[in-house]
Write a protein that binds this ligand. Sequence first.
Ligand code: F6P
Length: 342
Amino acid sequence: MRVGVLTGGGDCPGLNAVIRAVVRKGVQIHGFEFVGYRDGWKGPLEGISKPLGIPEVRGILPRGGTVLGSSRTNPFKLEDGVERIKANLAGDGVDALIAIGGEDTLGVATKLADLGVKVVGVPKTIDNDLSGTDFTFGFDTAVNIAMEAIDRLHTTAESHHRVLVVEVMGRHAGWIALHAGIAGGANIVLIPEQPFDIDEVCAHVETRFKSQYSPIVVVSEGAVPVDGGDMTLQSGEKDAFGHVRLGGIGDRLAHEIENRTGAEARAVVLGHVQRGGTPTAFDRWLATRFGLHAVDAVADGEFGVMTALRGTDIVRVPLAEGTRELKLVSPEEYAEAQVFFG
Ligand code: F6P
């Protein structure tokens, strides 16, 4: 059997660990051959591929990024996108696809599976916002990077009696902010699921300054104020899946806090640092297991499914179920962090 592999959407630490596990088990145990499609759905759409065998996956386990490249190409934006993918897969002699991606890439996989393409999904995103799986790989690495930044910012904030606002990724879901905020001892955590009141934020800032410590505010890039005011900064630019490019909430918040409290406030935007570099042990472990189980699904002829972590088990769930809705932070989970505000 010939199996195509692709990685789509924002990159994330652990993608190479999945690719390595898929190829190692696929070749050694199942006797498969592989085709590496370049740059997400662009690869099968435009017929761009590269060889993918055991020599190509040697040494990639600890490397960030993806050896296959990625993009946010959406084949459903093109009239003949599906036909082109089917024709290119047939031309390459590819019988099945393993698509590694987040809500968008797996959303495309779900539709293609309905249209008869034999596809197995592997969920990835640093945002950890895919329902159907307890965790996605990449998230733990991002949280650890953000936590380390918060640890460092505590000491410099205290030296200068400043407020430091740390903007982390998370378009719709505040998982990175919540986990890194709790782990890093942030004084305020603001997430997209819970619109914030700027007066309350400033009150927490002032309380914190009454101690010998300085406030650290962790904010998700998608966080919004309660009144829907003018603090959400969106460039208006959209990707192929219709997402607006976010950014700027950290700076706006720091500015507002400074104006209202008189305390000096600075913003640090962690940005793509959270997605780059070597994965943590947890992410390598999860990504490797997802890869092993995805290639087993192909061997079993079970398509239209994605791998998922449930407790410590890897299970297969229908792609449609895994991509149906985003997994968001509940008010109860947020309340756990609120205990430490101020
Ligand atoms: O989906 C993962 C993610 O890192 C989001 O947290 C973030 O909003 C988005 O990707 C940024 O995408 P890009 O790198 O394409 O601007």
